[in-house]
Design a protein around this ligand. Structure first.
Ligand code: HSE
Length: 311
């Protein structure tokens, strides 16, 4: 039975995962956005309120990531009722933790529960992608797909996306360290060179293939060897004060790899469970040495994606 009102939680996510620029990401359910939608008699999509850690966002639906995603869904389905939405932001703006994606995912997952015939997740993904385009100016899926599906997620294709949840070795944890600063995704994309030297292309391709292979086979040595972004990270690291020291500290503490979460400034590392706390503490200390405060988390990677909360 379809509902009058529904609330969905959509987790944060780490995009790129070093070697999969715009195509690979994993969910981080330590934080997330919560979106409530309600059927209304008036037509269209309206945003009633935005609260939480990033309340200063446009209330006009067409200019808001969640609003744009819902507008796309509403226009495609013409459900015969309007939708009013409230967004509770749990993900800081400009953190590199997929906040805009989570709002868009939360909106479409919640709205799906209002429909007489709910859509499969792949259809929701396409609507949520429209929202992401508002925030970053491009249709990338590396935050949308993990926030929606959960876990480590590879997405192949944009017009006809194929989504693959990649198994992560059970002993691996992710360390997430969010420095207290803002970095706009548009800005961090605008600085990227449009061309890649052939040798870097080969290196990065090998790393992505090695990383995915290491995940499927549980080969942590291969994961460690492949965990290096030779294309994007060198161009973006100057945007994050202390980047080199934080990365070096993580690796010295036993990380399998450490890089920028999405467009930054959040940094993440993967490590074995028994060294995750040491990696976290090392990264926090390296930021602190530059008088940069942080919020750190250690998380499992195989978590579920967005879900409708019980009423
Ligand atoms: N893949 C994107 C980027 C994620 O790195 O620009 C940002 O949302």
């Amino acid at each position: 039975m379809s509902l009058e009102q529904a609330t969905a939680f959509a987790p944060a996510s780490v995009g790129n995962v070093a070697i999969g620029f715009d195509i690979l990401g994993f969910s981080v359910d330590a934080i997330g956005d919560r979106v409530t939608v309600r059927r209304t008699a008036s037509p269209g999509v309206t945003i009633k309120a935005i609260t939480g850690v990033a309340a200063d966002l446009p209330l006009e639906a067409a200019r808001n990531t969640a609003g744009r995603a819902l507008l796309a869904m509403h226009e495609a389905l013409a459900p015969g009722f309007g939708i009013e939405m409230s967004i509770e932001k749990g993900i800081p703006l400009g953190s590199g933790l997929g906040g805009s994606a989570a709002s868009a995912v939360g909106a479409v997952v919640a709205a799906n529960a209002l429909l007489d015939t709910p859509l499969p997740r792949l259809e929701l993904l396409k609507f949520a992608m429209q929202g992401e385009a508002v925030a970053s100016g491009s249709m990338h899926v590396d935050n949308i797909a993990p926030s929606l599906y959960g876990g480590l997620v590879l997405t192949v294709g944009i017009d006809h996306p194929r989504v693959k949840q990649i198994p992560v070795p059970a002993d691996v944890r992710a360390v997430i360290v969010h420095p207290h600063m803002f970095l706009g995704t548009r800005e961090a994309r605008a600085i990227l060179s449009k061309s890649v030297p052939l040798s870097d292309f080969v290196w990065q391709t090998a790393n992505l293939a090695g990383f995915i292979s290491g995940c499927y086979t549980g080969d942590l040595d291969l994961l460690r060897a492949s965990f290096e972004d030779v294309v994007i990270e060198p161009q973006r690291q100057a945007l994050i004060p202390g980047f080199a020291a934080v990365r070096a500290a993580a690796m010295a503490a036993g990380a399998l790899g450490c890089s920028i979460s999405g467009a930054g400034p959040t940094m993440f590392a993967w490590s074995r469970a028994d060294s995750a706390a040491a990696v976290r503490d090392a990264m926090v200390a390296a930021f602190a040495a530059r008088e940069i405060g942080t919020d750190p988390w250690v998380v499992d990677i195989g978590t579920r994606g967005a879900f409708v909360e019980a009423a």
